[in-house]
Design a protein. Sequence first.
Length: 121
Amino acid sequence: MQTWEIVRVFTAIPRQPHDKLCICIDPGKAEVFFINSEPPRARRARLHAVEVSRHECHVVSHSSYIDTTDAVPMPTHEWVAALADSNRHLGRLSPTLIARIQQAIRGHTQLTAHQRRLLGV
């Protein structure tokens, strides 16, 4: 698993256990961005969210959102289980979508210097 790869993780975050699409930020620390069906609720997070259409990302079936202000650390057991199953590895984001996410990240200071470095920002 590398930065910018998509993985499907079975997780209890944020509520009932279900599969979540995640974009890997730091594979060693199991930090990800979630791909969500709804935009973030917080006003500032909405300003820096990236809307993704199903035409831009092969794993989404409808318009989805990436909250670029929230790097989520995954529980170790959930992360290890997802990495162990090659069917949960869904490929890398397109260069165009990566560039859009990087642009959104440049507009805020919520991520650490280490996270920004990993993401090429």
